[in-house]
Design a protein around this ligand. Structure first.
Ligand SMILES: [Zn+2]
Length: 245
């Protein structure tokens, strides 16, 4: 059999647009167990194309709607397009964000506010969708940053995930959550600001094997980073002489 995937978009003004996303071929005589149903590679490719289609239509609709002046209902001219990159869970895309000229009808008040309007700017202040930011932080909080990046790449058609960007995203979200509780690094006695130090702790509980060992082990490992140094540490609390130190 052949499966054809078609997307139909109906815009708010009533017009519709149909796009073909692709097709799958499953000739039953040749189908092996590993070719049964939808496969991850097909799904990733389709999600990528679906995201591209939805984004393109959404940008077009928002851009056209934003051109209408709320004061005089005239269609405002497009000043130009600013190319930018948008990172989403389902891929990284080049988008052309329109910049719209302000209307002459209330030029005095509007021109005072600045240049052309960018109606898409508020949707991706960080050049990435909030969903992607959240999903980078969540596995990043549960697994190692490298593992979190690998899991995302395995199941999603997202752009290549660097372990450092997962770490930075988690850091940003942690800072946002702690909000007012975030304490700026203390000032040292010399009067100079201490460089911020980040600690990444991790650990594991290792069960003893009764035939060999008498006790379980709690292992603590981690990494300490600042702008000028990076140290790794590891200890077994029961075996260390001064674990707190
Ligand atoms: Zn106007």
């Amino acid at each position: 059999m052949d499966v054809r995937i078609v997307v139909e978009t109906t815009f708010e003004n009533g017009t519709t647009q149909t796009r073909r996303l692709g097709r799958l071929s499953r000739p039953f005589r040749d189908t092996q167990p590993k070719g049964f149903g939808l496969l991850i590679e097909d799904a990733k490719s389709m999600l990528w194309q679906l995201q591209q289609t939805i984004l393109r239509d959404q940008i077009e609709e928002i851009s056209e709607a934003s051109r209408v002046s709320p004061d005089c209902n005239k269609v405002r001219a497009i000043h130009g397009y600013r190319p930018s990159v948008l990172d989403t869970l389902f891929g990284r895309f080049q988008v052309k964000a329109p910049r719209i000229r302000r209307c002459a009808c209330n030029a005095k008040s509007e021109v005072a506010l600045g240049g052309p309007l960018s109606p898409l700017a508020r949707f991706s202040p960080d050049r990435s969708t909030p969903e992607l930011q959240r999903l980078q932080a969540e596995p990043g909080a549960r697994h190692s940053f490298r593992e979190a990046a690998r899991i995302m790449e395995m199941f999603l058609p997202c752009a290549k995930q660097a372990n450092t960007s997962v770490r930075d995203r988690l850091g940003k979200i942690a800072k946002k959550i702690s909000g007012s509780e975030y304490v700026e690094p203390a000032v040292s006695s010399a009067g100079k600001s201490a460089a911020p130090v980040t600690v990444f702790p991790d650990g594991a509980h290792i069960r003893s094997r009764p035939e060999y060992q008498k006790r379980h082990l709690d292992v603590v490992v981690g990494k300490i980073e600042s702008s000028h140094m990076c140290r790794r540490f590891g200890l077994v609390q029961q075996a260390a002489q001064a674990p707190a130190r």
